[in-house]
Write a protein that binds this ligand. Structure first.
Ligand SMILES: Cc1cc2nc3c(=O)[nH]c(=O)nc-3n(C[C@H](O)[C@H](O)[C@H](O)COP(=O)(O)O)c2cc1C
Length: 730
C-alpha cells in the first residue's frame, strides 16, 4: 500500500473533524486544570491509605453520634457523612486519623461545569454526545493512520523510533511529537468513545442483586466493630466506600465497596454475608473515567494537558504541510498538447517541490519560443512530435518512486514511441538517505535500455533541492541543445527583516583562482558558530546568497570565489577596511562542530574551507583530534589560507593536514586521492564513531562520498553510516 493512501485517509479524517477536534482539544486543555487544581487542595492526608478500616471506624464512632457513610472521592480525599454530636447531618472531608473535619466538599466551579458541557456534548444534549463520541473515534482512526504513515515513512515497523531526518520543521515535529503522544491519544480517544457508548446504554449491563447468605444473618457472637477481623485487614487503600447500617436490625448490614467487588457485612460479627464482583463493563467504565479525565493523578492530568496541546500542534503543522504541498504542486497549465510539443518534461514528485523546478524549466523554454508539455511520470504516453525528454524525479524509501511515478516502469515497457527521443534525467533527493536519488537511477537505467531513447547528459543528482545544482544542470543541458535559457528560482525568497551591520576588518587579495578571504566584525552582539551561514541579499535580487562562516576570535571569516558576473562576489571583492555590510546570520546547527566525539575529519575543496578555518582555530586542542583535507588547483590557491592553517597546526589544534593540488605539475591529484591514501585514518574515525564533515562543491562531495563508501565497505565491511557524515555543499 502506498504512503499516499495513509496520507489521504489521515488528511480526510483531519479535515472532516477539525472544528470538533479543535473544540475538544481547547476544552480538554482547560479541563485538565480541574483535577490538577483539586489535587493541590490540602485535603490529602499523608499515609491515610495505610490506615486500617477498623481504626477509621473507631475514630469516626468516637467523634460523631452516628456515621452514615465514609468514602474516598476521585482525588483520594476521605469524605464522611455523619450526624454530629449536636444532631446535625453533615458531609465533609475528614482526616481519618482523627476523624475531624478538615474542609467542605469541593463544589465544581460554574466555569468548569460550562466547559465540561461543551466538551461532552457541545451543548447539543444527546445529539452532541453522539457527535463527540464519533469524533473521538475519528481521532483514534487518525492516530492509527498516523502510525501507518510513520511506519511507511521510516521504512518499517522496526525503524518506528529510529532517528529522523529533519527536512522541514512542521513535518519533523509532527512525527517526533506524534510518536510520544500516540499512546495517550489512543487512551483518551478510546476512553472517550467508551464513555459515550455507556451514556447511551449501548454496553451490556449486568445489574445482579446480592445473593445474601441467610444463615449468616445472626446476631452472635457479638463483636465490637473495631474488632472485626475483616475491618482490621482492610486499609483505606482497598476501600472506595463504606455504608453503615441504618438501624440495629439484623437485616441492616455494612455495605463495603472495594475496588473490584462489593461486600455486605454482618453488623454484629463482621461476617461477609454476600459478595458481588464488579463486572467488566463497570470496571472498564471506572478506568475510562479516570483515564479520560485525569482525576486523582496530577501526573496523568499533566500528560492529558500536554496531549491536548500536541493535538493543537498536529492540527497546525498538518494543515501547514498540506497547504505547502498544494502550493508546491499546483499543476502547470500546458500551452501545448502532448502530441504537439517538442519538449516533454515528466515529473515524479511526492510533496510537490520537484514541480517547482519543472515549472522553472517550462517557463524558460516557453520564453525561448519552444513547445513544451509537462506531466507526471504516471501519465507517460506516446508523443508524436517530441524530440527531447526531461525527467525530474524525487526518491522515497529505498529507491521507491514517489506516488505519481509508480506506474512509470510498467508504462515505459508498453507504450510505443514512434520517434527516437533524446533524454536527460535529473534526480532530486537527499544525501541524508541511504539510496541517494535511487529512483532517478532506476529511471535512467530504464531509459538507457529502451531502444527509443538516447541519453543527452548523464544522470544529474540534486541534494536538498539545491537551486545552484539545478542551474548547473540547466546550463549544461541548454548548452547541449544550443539554447540560452534563463532559469528563475522556483520560489521567491523574501527580503530579510533582521539585517545587521558587519564591519570589514580585512580582505585578502584575489588570488589566481579568483578567490579571496574576507574578515568581518559584528557591529552588535550575536551568537554564532563556525558552519553557520552568512546571508546576503544582493541589490534588486530576491534570492539570498549564503556563505559558510568560519568563526575566528569572534569575527566572521568568509572565503569567496569571485564570479565573472557574480553580483555578490563582485561586491565583496571591492570592499575595503571599515566598510559596512548589511547581512544576517542563519544558524546551521547541522554543520556546527560536533560535540562528544573523539575525532573529526574535515574535507573541503576551494572556498569550502571557510568553516573549517574557524573550527580548527577555535576548538579545544585537547578534547577532539581534527584532520583537515583540502583540495585546490595550485600552490598559489593555498596561500590565502596558509597563515590560519599554520596557526592551528603549530598550536596543535590540528592533528593532520592533507593537501592536494589538481593543476600543479608536480602532483595532479584531487582531495579524494588523499582520502584513499589515508584510508586507515578514515576507517579508524568511522569505526570510533567520529564525524566526517564535507564542505565545497557538489561534484567533490559526490566523489568523496563514493570514496568513503568504498573505504567503509572494504575496511569495515559495512556500508557508510550517513549519520556520521555532515555536509554543506553547493
Ligand atoms: C520520507 C522521505 C523519504 C525519503 N527518501 C529518500 C531516499 O531514499 N533517497 C533520496 O535521495 N531522497 C529521499 N528523500 C528526499 C526527497 O526525495 C527530496 O526531499 C525531494 O527533493 C522531495 O521532492 P518532492 O517534494 O518533489 O517529492 C526522502 C524524503 C522523505 C520525506
Amino acid at each position: 500500500m502506498t504512503i499516499s493512501i495513509w496520507r489521504y485517509s489521515h488528511l480526510t479524517l483531519a479535515i472532516s473533524s477539525s472544528i470538533f477536534i479543535l473544540l475538544a482539544a481547547l476544552t480538554g486543555i482547560v479541563l485538565a486544570f480541574e483535577p490538577i487544581s483539586n489535587q493541590l487542595k490540602p485535603y490529602a492526608v499523608k499515609h491515610a491509605d495505610a490506615l486500617s478500616l477498623s481504626k477509621t471506624v473507631e475514630n469516626l464512632q468516637a467523634e460523631y453520634d452516628e456515621v452514615i457513610h465514609v468514602e474516598k472521592d476521585k482525588n483520594n480525599f476521605v469524605i464522611a457523612s455523619v450526624i454530629t454530636k449536636d444532631g446535625k447531618n453533615e458531609t465533609f472531608y475528614i482526616n481519618p486519623f482523627t476523624a475531624k473535619k478538615i474542609g467542605d466538599i469541593i463544589e465544581k466551579a460554574p466555569f468548569f461545569k460550562f466547559v465540561t458541557n461543551l466538551h461532552r456534548s457541545l451543548f447539543l444534549k444527546s445529539t452532541g454526545r453522539v457527535l463527540v463520541g464519533f469524533i473521538s473515534f475519528l481521532l483514534f482512526l487518525m492516530a492509527v493512520t498516523g502510525v501507518f504513515l510513520i511506519i511507511k515513512r521510516q521504512g518499517g515497523v522496526k525503524r518506528f523510533f529510529s532517528k529522523m531526518i529533519k527536512e522541514n520543521f512542521n513535518q519533523y515535529y509532527h512525527i517526533i511529537i506524534g510518536r510520544y503522544v500516540l499512546i495517550p491519544i489512543v487512551i483518551v480517544t478510546l476512553s472517550g468513545v467508551y464513555l459515550s457508548l455507556e451514556k447511551f446504554s449501548l454496553l451490556p449491563s449486568e445489574k445482579k442483586p446480592h445473593d445474601i447468605n441467610e444463615e449468616l444473618l445472626v446476631g452472635t457472637p457479638k463483636i465490637k466493630v473495631q474488632d472485626f477481623s475483616l475491618f482490621k485487614t482492610l486499609t483505606l487503600n482497598d476501600i472506595q466506600r463504606v455504608e453503615f447500617p441504618f438501624s440495629d436490625a439484623i437485616e441492616d448490614y455494612f455495605v463495603l465497596k472495594l475496588n473490584d467487588k462489593e461486600w455486605l457485612v454482618n453488623q454484629y460479627n463482621g461476617a461477609i454475608i454476600s459478595e458481588k464482583k464488579q463486572n467488566l463493563v463497570a470496571l472498564v467504565s471506572s478506568w475510562s473515567m479516570l483515564l479520560h479525565t485525569g482525576q486523582g493523578s496530577i501526573m496523568w492530568s499533566v500528560i492529558l494537558l500536554l496531549t491536548c496541546i500536541a493535538i493543537l500542534f498536529f492540527m497546525f503543522s498538518g494543515f501547514a504541510m498540506t497547504l505547502n504541498r498544494r502550493k508546491n504542486s499546483i499543476k502547470i497549465k500546458n500551452k501545448f498538447s502532448k502530441d504537439a510539443a517538442e519538449y516533454i518534461i515528466l515529473v515524479g514528485s511526492e510533496t510537490g517541490s520537484t514541480y517547482g523546478f519543472a515549472k522553472a524549466l517550462y517557463k524558460a523554454l516557453i520564453a525561448e519560443g519552444k513547445s513544451v508539455f509537462v506531466s507526471e511520470l504516471n501519465a507517460y504516453s506516446s508523443y508524436k512530435k517530441a524530440e527531447h525528454l526531461v525527467v525530474f524525479t524525487s526518491t522515497y524509501g529505498d529507491g521507491e518512486p514517489p506516488t505519481n511515478a509508480k506506474n512509470f516502469e510498467k508504462l515505459v515497457g508498453h507504450v510505443y514511441q514512434n520517434k527516437i527521443l533524446k533524454y536527460s534525467v535529473v534526480g532530486f533527493g537527499s544525501l541524508a538517505y541511504k539510496g541517494f536519488c535511487k529512483y532517478a537511477i532506476v529511471v535512467d537505467s530504464l531509459l538507457q535500455l529502451h531502444q527509443k531513447f538516447i541519453p543527452n547528459l548523464s544522470l544529474h543528482k540534486i541534494n536538498n533541492q539545491s537551486f545552484d545544482a539545478f542551474k548547473d544542470w540547466a546550463s549544461s543541458w541548454s548548452k547541449n541543445k544550443g539554447l540560452n535559457l534563463k532559469i528563475e528560482k522556483p520560489v521567491n525568497t523574501p527580503q530579510p527583516k533582521n539585517s545587521k551591520l558587519f564591519k570589514v576588518v580585512s580582505r585578502s587579495m584575489v588570488n589566481s583562482d579568483n578567490s579571496f578571504l574576507l574578515e568581518l566584525e559584528l557591529a552588535q552582539k550575536l551568537k554564532f558558530n563556525s558552519g553557520d551561514l552568512f546571508k546576503v541579499y544582493p541589490k534588486n535580487e530576491q534570492r539570498e546568497r549564503l556563505y559558510s562562516i568560519g568563526k575566528i576570535n569572534e569575527n566572521i571569516v568568509l572565503s569567496i570565489k569571485k564570479h565573472e558576473f557574480g553580483v555578490c562576489s563582485g561586491y565583496f571583492s571591492k570592499l575595503k577596511k571599515n566598510d559596512m555590510v548589511l547581512a544576517d546570520i542563519k544558524q546551521n546547527k547541522d554543520f556546527n562542530f560536533p560535540v562528544n566525539v573523539k575525532e573529526v575529519v574535515m574535507i573541503s575543496n576551494g572556498t569550502g574551507i571557510a568553516p573549517f578555518l574557524g573550527m580548527i582555530n577555535n576548538q579545544d586542542s585537547n578534547s577532539v583530534k581534527s584532520h583537515l583535507f583540502w583540495g585546490g588547483r595550485t600552490k598559489d590557491s593555498y596561500q590565502i589560507y596558509s597563515e590560519l592553517i599554520d596557526k592551528a597546526f603549530y598550536s596543535k589544534k590540528l592533528s593532520g593536514l592533507y593537501i592536494s593540488f589538481s593543476k600543479e605539475e608536480s602532483q595532479k591529484r584531487y582531495v579524494q586521492n588523499s582520502i584513499v591514501e589515508k584510508s586507515d585514518l578514515i576507517s579508524r574515525v568511522l569505526k570510533s564513531d567520529g564525524v566526517i564533515m564535507i564542505c565545497g562543491s557538489i561534484a567533490m562531495q559526490n566523489d568523496v562520498l563514493e570514496t568513503l563508501e568504498s573505504i567503509s565497505e572494504s575496511k569495515l565491511n559495512r556500508p557508510l553510516n550517513l549519520n556520521q557524515i555532515k555536509t554543506d555543499c553547493y
